[in-house]
Design a binder for this molecule. Structure first.
Ligand SMILES: [Fe+2]
Length: 160
Protein backbone atom coordinates (compact mmCIF):
# COMPACT_ATOMS: atom_id res chain seq x y z
CA UNK A 1 0.00 0.00 0.00
CA UNK A 2 1.48 3.37 -0.93
CA UNK A 3 1.86 5.90 1.84
CA UNK A 4 -0.65 8.70 1.49
CA UNK A 5 0.38 12.07 2.92
CA UNK A 6 -1.68 13.07 5.95
CA UNK A 7 -1.84 16.38 7.77
CA UNK A 8 -0.35 14.78 10.89
CA UNK A 9 2.90 14.64 8.90
CA UNK A 10 3.04 18.40 8.31
CA UNK A 11 5.54 20.35 10.41
CA UNK A 12 4.26 23.66 9.04
CA UNK A 13 7.73 24.50 7.72
CA UNK A 14 7.38 24.37 3.94
CA UNK A 15 10.95 23.52 3.13
CA UNK A 16 10.89 20.57 5.55
CA UNK A 17 7.46 19.35 4.46
CA UNK A 18 8.68 19.39 0.88
CA UNK A 19 11.69 17.23 1.79
CA UNK A 20 9.55 14.84 3.83
CA UNK A 21 7.12 14.44 0.94
CA UNK A 22 10.02 13.61 -1.33
CA UNK A 23 11.18 10.91 1.10
CA UNK A 24 7.67 9.46 1.10
CA UNK A 25 7.74 9.46 -2.72
CA UNK A 26 10.98 7.48 -2.63
CA UNK A 27 9.45 4.92 -0.26
CA UNK A 28 6.47 4.57 -2.60
CA UNK A 29 8.80 4.27 -5.62
CA UNK A 30 10.60 1.47 -3.83
CA UNK A 31 7.33 -0.37 -3.39
CA UNK A 32 6.55 -0.01 -7.10
CA UNK A 33 10.02 -1.20 -8.13
CA UNK A 34 9.64 -4.22 -5.84
CA UNK A 35 6.22 -5.05 -7.27
CA UNK A 36 7.65 -4.90 -10.80
CA UNK A 37 10.46 -7.21 -9.77
CA UNK A 38 12.93 -4.71 -11.20
CA UNK A 39 16.09 -5.43 -9.21
CA UNK A 40 18.13 -2.65 -10.81
CA UNK A 41 15.42 -0.12 -10.07
CA UNK A 42 15.10 -1.38 -6.48
CA UNK A 43 18.83 -0.87 -5.92
CA UNK A 44 18.76 2.57 -7.56
CA UNK A 45 15.80 3.79 -5.51
CA UNK A 46 17.34 2.52 -2.26
CA UNK A 47 20.57 4.35 -3.08
CA UNK A 48 18.77 7.61 -3.91
CA UNK A 49 16.55 7.35 -0.86
CA UNK A 50 19.49 6.88 1.49
CA UNK A 51 21.43 9.69 -0.13
CA UNK A 52 18.51 12.08 -0.01
CA UNK A 53 17.60 11.17 3.56
CA UNK A 54 21.16 11.81 4.69
CA UNK A 55 21.19 15.25 3.09
CA UNK A 56 17.81 15.92 4.67
CA UNK A 57 19.08 14.92 8.13
CA UNK A 58 22.09 17.22 7.72
CA UNK A 59 19.80 20.06 6.71
CA UNK A 60 17.42 19.41 9.58
CA UNK A 61 20.21 19.20 12.16
CA UNK A 62 21.76 22.51 11.10
CA UNK A 63 18.36 24.12 11.11
CA UNK A 64 17.65 22.86 14.64
CA UNK A 65 21.06 24.00 15.76
CA UNK A 66 20.65 27.51 14.37
CA UNK A 67 17.24 27.71 15.99
CA UNK A 68 18.68 26.71 19.36
CA UNK A 69 16.37 23.71 19.61
CA UNK A 70 16.93 22.14 23.01
CA UNK A 71 16.57 18.52 21.94
CA UNK A 72 19.08 18.75 19.11
CA UNK A 73 21.42 16.19 20.67
CA UNK A 74 18.90 13.38 21.17
CA UNK A 75 17.41 14.14 17.76
CA UNK A 76 20.82 13.78 16.16
CA UNK A 77 21.31 10.51 18.01
CA UNK A 78 18.03 9.22 16.59
CA UNK A 79 19.21 10.12 13.07
CA UNK A 80 22.52 8.39 13.72
CA UNK A 81 20.84 5.18 14.89
CA UNK A 82 18.64 5.23 11.82
CA UNK A 83 21.63 5.56 9.49
CA UNK A 84 23.28 2.69 11.33
CA UNK A 85 20.23 0.51 10.81
CA UNK A 86 20.13 1.36 7.13
CA UNK A 87 23.84 0.64 6.80
CA UNK A 88 23.26 -2.83 8.27
CA UNK A 89 20.70 -3.43 5.54
CA UNK A 90 23.03 -2.30 2.78
CA UNK A 91 25.77 -4.55 4.15
CA UNK A 92 23.44 -7.52 4.04
CA UNK A 93 22.43 -6.56 0.51
CA UNK A 94 26.09 -6.37 -0.51
CA UNK A 95 26.43 -9.99 0.61
CA UNK A 96 23.67 -10.93 -1.79
CA UNK A 97 20.72 -11.02 0.57
CA UNK A 98 17.36 -9.76 -0.70
CA UNK A 99 16.48 -7.13 1.88
CA UNK A 100 14.03 -5.05 -0.17
CA UNK A 101 10.82 -6.11 1.61
CA UNK A 102 12.23 -5.82 5.09
CA UNK A 103 13.90 -2.49 4.34
CA UNK A 104 10.77 -1.09 2.77
CA UNK A 105 8.61 -1.86 5.79
CA UNK A 106 11.25 -0.56 8.19
CA UNK A 107 11.54 2.71 6.24
CA UNK A 108 7.80 3.17 5.99
CA UNK A 109 7.28 2.64 9.72
CA UNK A 110 10.36 4.42 11.02
CA UNK A 111 10.30 7.53 8.85
CA UNK A 112 6.58 8.11 9.16
CA UNK A 113 6.74 7.75 12.90
CA UNK A 114 9.80 10.03 13.09
CA UNK A 115 8.19 12.73 10.96
CA UNK A 116 4.95 12.59 12.93
CA UNK A 117 6.60 12.78 16.34
CA UNK A 118 10.22 13.93 16.68
CA UNK A 119 10.17 16.23 13.66
CA UNK A 120 6.92 17.90 14.63
CA UNK A 121 8.47 18.65 17.96
CA UNK A 122 11.03 21.14 16.63
CA UNK A 123 8.59 23.02 14.44
CA UNK A 124 7.56 25.74 16.91
CA UNK A 125 11.16 26.54 17.82
CA UNK A 126 12.21 26.74 14.18
CA UNK A 127 9.15 28.70 13.12
CA UNK A 128 9.70 31.31 15.78
CA UNK A 129 13.23 31.83 14.53
CA UNK A 130 12.60 32.18 10.83
CA UNK A 131 9.34 33.97 11.51
CA UNK A 132 5.99 32.25 11.00
CA UNK A 133 5.50 34.02 7.68
CA UNK A 134 8.99 33.34 6.49
CA UNK A 135 8.55 29.61 7.04
CA UNK A 136 6.07 29.78 4.18
CA UNK A 137 7.38 32.53 1.95
CA UNK A 138 10.97 32.96 2.83
CA UNK A 139 12.07 34.88 -0.22
CA UNK A 140 9.18 37.30 -0.20
CA UNK A 141 9.38 38.06 3.51
CA UNK A 142 13.08 37.83 4.20
CA UNK A 143 13.10 41.30 5.68
CA UNK A 144 10.74 40.21 8.44
CA UNK A 145 12.58 37.07 9.38
CA UNK A 146 14.77 36.94 12.45
CA UNK A 147 17.42 35.29 10.30
CA UNK A 148 17.11 36.51 6.71
CA UNK A 149 18.12 34.03 4.04
CA UNK A 150 18.74 31.36 6.61
CA UNK A 151 16.78 28.59 4.89
CA UNK A 152 18.13 29.25 1.40
CA UNK A 153 21.67 29.32 2.73
CA UNK A 154 21.18 25.93 4.33
CA UNK A 155 19.62 24.47 1.21
CA UNK A 156 22.70 25.36 -0.77
CA UNK A 157 24.86 23.56 1.75
CA UNK A 158 23.02 20.27 1.75
CA UNK A 159 21.41 19.89 -1.65
CA UNK A 160 23.01 20.25 -5.03
FE1 LIG B 1 14.47 14.20 12.04
Amino acid sequence: MPIIWESKLDTGIDVIDHQHRRIVDYINDLEIAKAMGDKKKVTDVIEQLIDYTQSHFGFEESMMEEAGYKFLKPHKKVHELFIKRVTDFTMRAAKGEDIADELHSMLAKWLINHIASEDRDYSDTVKSMVGAEAAHHEVATQRNAARPGFISGLLGRFFR
